[in-house]
Design a protein around this ligand. Structure first.
Ligand code: 13P
Ligand code: SF4
Length: 304
């Protein structure tokens, strides 16, 4: 049944010249029919070079927007229009403008998990994998980091030569994990390495053997000589790694590490996008794109 659905999707996407992108938090069955899987930034770069004129994004809204900004000539469809990222939508532009007035000599560094509107008032964008490198590279000594306080705290610890102001936003999924959850996972699996996404709280990150993005965590686990790993990010990564490395063991940091927004997209949504009966085409006016894409281009310029 799943295989039949997957085959229909594969036939239709080939026939209609459609490229399917799946963030690594998607289920295995969606990753299997995708042209590319990866972290949010890697996907938007892939979309740019893909020969197809239509992109279906299986992920959340800010990811589809980023794809559209980098490939404005393509049709970009968000597979399930209800898939938002609560962190990306936490602060409105007015709030950030008010904070900017308090710190006029601070460069605004925005996590890519932000709306296109917030990107228009930001100087440079970062991903979880590039945040440390970019904050070191920007010429400004003072950085206003938005919106994730946990990622901001991690970056601040790695870039002590700069002054940071942080907003108090964050990912509700990663931020609800407590130090006690990490301690009990480590107690249960004493031989396992602990790999953590920097959206987790600082006291959880402090216990990690490795801190990195979703792709970073997967790469680390695949290349490591070690055999057991506790995965401190969305639980689909546990399943993907288990498929990729059957000789290793992967344990979730917590059974609560589930992003409902990422889980809302189904194979049926993807099929319905291909038949034109579901999904939402991302439309952004040219002025919004040209203002918002600047901070993404700056990130690329700094080697993000
Ligand atoms: P990555 O950029 O590491 O894929 O993370 C996106 C995200 O939403 C993490 O919660
Ligand atoms: Fe947003 Fe967190 Fe879900 Fe990532 S895991 S998409 S940051 S809510």
């Amino acid at each position: 049944m799943i295989k039949d659905l997957q085959q229909k999707i594969i036939d239709l996407k080939k026939r209609n010249g459609v490229c399917i992108l799946a963030h690594s938090y998607m289920s295995e069955e969606i990753c299997e029919i995708a042209d590319f899987t990866g972290d949010s930034y890697a996907l938007s770069v892939k979309a740019k070079t893909a020969p197809q004129g239509t992109i279906i994004m299986c992920g959340v809204r800010f990811m589809a927007e980023t794809v559209k900004m980098l490939s404005p000539e393509k049709r970009v469809i968000l597979a399930n229009p209800d898939a938002g990222c609560p962190m990306a939508e936490q602060f409105d532009i007015e709030t950030v403008e008010e904070v900017k007035k308090l710190y006029p000599d601070y460069a605004v560094v925005a996590y890519v998990n932000t709306t296109a509107e917030l990107k228009t008032v930001s100087d440079v964008c970062v991903t979880s994998s590039s945040a440390v490198k970019i904050c070191r590279a920007v010429p400004e000594k003072n950085i206003l980091f938005i919106p994730d306080i946990n990622l901001g705290t991690y970056v601040k610890s790695q870039v002590p030569e700069k002054n940071f102001k942080l907003l108090s936003g964050g990912c509700p999924v990663h931020a609800k994990i407590e130090k006690s959850d990490a301690e009990s996972a480590k107690r249960a699996h004493p031989s396992a390495l602990f790999l953590v996404h920097p959206e987790c709280r600082p006291e959880v990150v402090a216990l990690a053997d490795y801190v990195g993005s979703t792709s970073g965590i997967m790469e680390f686990a695949e290349k490591s000589d070690k055999k057991e790993f506790i995965i401190g990010t969305e639980n689909s990564i546990v399943q993907h790694l288990q498929f990729k490395c059957p000789d290793k063991k992967f344990y979730p940091l917590s059974k609560d590490l589930l992003c409902h927004n990422m889980k809302i997209t189904t194979l049926a949504d993807v099929l319905n996008c291909l038949t034109g009966t579901a999904g939402e085409e991302i439309t952004m006016d040219a002025e919004l794109i040209s203002k918002a894409v600047k901070c993404i281009n700056k990130m690329i310029e700094y080697g993000g």
